[in-house]
Ligand binder design. Structure first.
Ligand code: NAP
Length: 485
């Protein structure tokens, strides 16, 4: 069994209150293969009324779910972890089909995403408040943790599984119910995941899934509803701002995992072999379509030419093609708009003086391919260093001093991931304290880890997913004042 076979026909529908059902008016929309633009399948297209019914189901299930034993919630997640691990190949194939990434890369995402189920299966039983004596003596202070209540999760197309499990895992562990709206371009993985969670024993109504082509109308209606208590969103900063504005009237709790513009610093004392290895991961993971993707390479002028040459050789040797084919390293981008956007950023940089080390222009279709590209001598202020590239392009600029490197790295509205290569411990400490980012990888091109708090600052959002912090996003604190007795 591979790919689409993972989905029975009913798993291409909406999941509302434990029932897989057609959308209002039996509407459907197509899911496309980004390797050639062909239709893979169609799924039910939820309306606003469908989404409100999904919220009704989440609200109806909330009280009983909150009362379940933490161990029971943890064991459901643990069963889901085991089931997903056993079906990793099929999930990887399905994800590769709808999103384009290679099957090997998709399998990596299944492994990473599944770890959120395991981590939060362990966290479910460690939710606790505190008991303390008031500083002045006399009274006792007790805190009680409670699930925040019904949640709305909106996820992007670039990591169709992991961006879901990072939210579903802690919400299940904390005792929250939820409505999930996956990206319209990649709803299949989430539908298959919902079927798997049902099989793992998640009660009806706890997880409801509504694929839709009306994301704006759905979020507006659900956020206007006072029963919805929390929104967790992963996606672009622009949409994140809309959702934060929509949360104002009901003062919903919000977690915002938004865009990034990660700097990748290479100092003159760096191990260049390690830096190139790290650059390949930080740049090429998910074809560069990652919020954590290295977006700007800031390299000390004394090693820039050598770094560019080595990185260019590695990037240029990658094979581009359909994600399901043997020997392919780099799949297609998600759609034509993505290719046009990458192409525009590269063309403008080259027009303004950048040198192409490798790659540099989009091939003819079909499919939405872009070759791994390295640009050297990228001019100061080029759009390619200010905007999220979201493609396999590494623009390189230089610096002379650590102070200049940090100033340039911080010169962005974003603050999600950053990377630095150096062998100097004192500098490492200075960087940890001066880089204005939620996450810093030192001599490492891969920072995502389910046991660590993932998240950003500034226009990259707020809230943390994973780590001990991850479950706090789904808990409220009630303080109880008690007499000394
Ligand atoms: P996007 O356009 O913001 O879409 C993300 C999700 O939001 C999709 O499900 C989309 O639905 C939905 N959406 C769009 N407009 C909406 C609205 N008005 N109300 C409610 N939902 C709405 O982002 P994307 O292009 O899919 O994803 C790429 C972005 O995500 C990048 O900026 C990337 O950096 C960011 N990202 C951040 C993280 C992180 O953890 N910080 C992780 C991964 C990605 P449709 O599919 O129907 O449009």
């Amino acid at each position: 069994m591979t790919g689409l076979d993972l989905l029975a026909d009913r798993h291409r529908l909406l999941l509302v209150g434990g029932t897989w059902r057609e959308a209002d008016g039996d509407r459907r929309f197509d899911v496309l293969d980004p390797a050639d633009g062909s239709v893979l399948t169609e799924v039910a297209d939820g309306s606003v009324a469908d989404a409100v019914e999904a919220l009704d189901a989440a609200v109806a299930a909330q009280a009983d779910w909150a009362r379940t034993a933490p161990r029971e919630r943890g064991e459901i997640l643990r069963r889901a972890f085991d089931l997903l691990a056993a079906r990793a190949d099929d999930f990887a194939h399905l994800m590769s089909l709808e999103m384009g990434k290679t099957v090997a890369e998709a399998k990596g995402e299944v492994g990473y995403g599944n770890e959120f189920f395991r981590w939060f299966s362990e966290e479910a039983v460690r939710i606790h408040g505190r008991w303390m004596q008031a500083p002045a003596g006399g009274s006792r202070l007790l805190t009680v943790k409670k699930p925040v209540g019904p949640c709305l999760f909106i996820t992007p197309w670039n990591f169709p599984l992991a961006m879901g499990t990072r939210k579903i895992g802690p919400a299940v562990a904390a005792g929250c119910t939820m409505v999930v709206k996956p990206a319209a371009q990649t709803p299949l993985t989430m539908l298959a995941l919902a079927a798997l969670l049902e099989e793992a024993g998640l009660p009806p109504g706890v997880l409801n899934v509504v694929p839709t082509t009306q994301a704006g109308a759905v979020s507006e209606a659900l956020q206007a509803d006072g029963r919805l208590r929390k929104v967790s969103f992963t996606g672009s900063t622009g949409v994140g701002k809309v959702l934060v504005r929509q949360s104002a009237d009901r003062l919903q709790r919000m977690s915002m995992e938004l865009g990034g513009n990660a700097p990748f610093l290479v100092f003159e004392d760096a191990d260049l072999d390690a830096a190139v290895d790290g650059a390949m991961i930080a740049k090429m993971r998910n074809m560069g379509e990652a919020c954590t993707a290295a977006n700007r390479f800031l390299v000390h002028s004394s090693v820039a030419a050598e770094f560019a040459e080595r990185l260019g050789a590695r990037m240029g040797a990658l094979t581009v093609g359909r994600g399901q084919d043997e020997g392919v390293d780099v799949g297609p981008l998600i759609d034509e708009k993505a290719v046009d956007s990458v192409d525009r950023l590269v063309s403008e940089a080259v027009r303004d003086g950048a040198t192409v080390v490798t790659g540099g222009s989009a091939p003819e279709g079909p499919g939405y391919f872009y070759p791994p590209t390295v640009l050297l001598d990228v001019p100061e202020g080029a759009a390619i260093t200010a905007e999220e590239i979201f493609g396999p392009v590494a623009p390189i600029t230089t610096f002379e001093t650590e102070e200049e490197a940090v100033a340039k790295a911080n010169d962005t509205e974003y603050g999600l991931a950053s990377y630095a290569y150096t062998r100097d411990l004192a500098r490492t400490i200075r960087l940890a304290e001066s880089l204005d980012f939620g996450m810093i990888g030192i001599n490492s091109g891969l920072i995502s880890n389910p046991a660590a708090p993932f998240g950003g600052v500034k226009a990259s959002g707020f809230g943390r997913e994973g780590g001990f912090e991850g479950i706090e996003e789904y808990l409220e604190t009630t303080y109880v004042a008690l007499p000394a007795g």
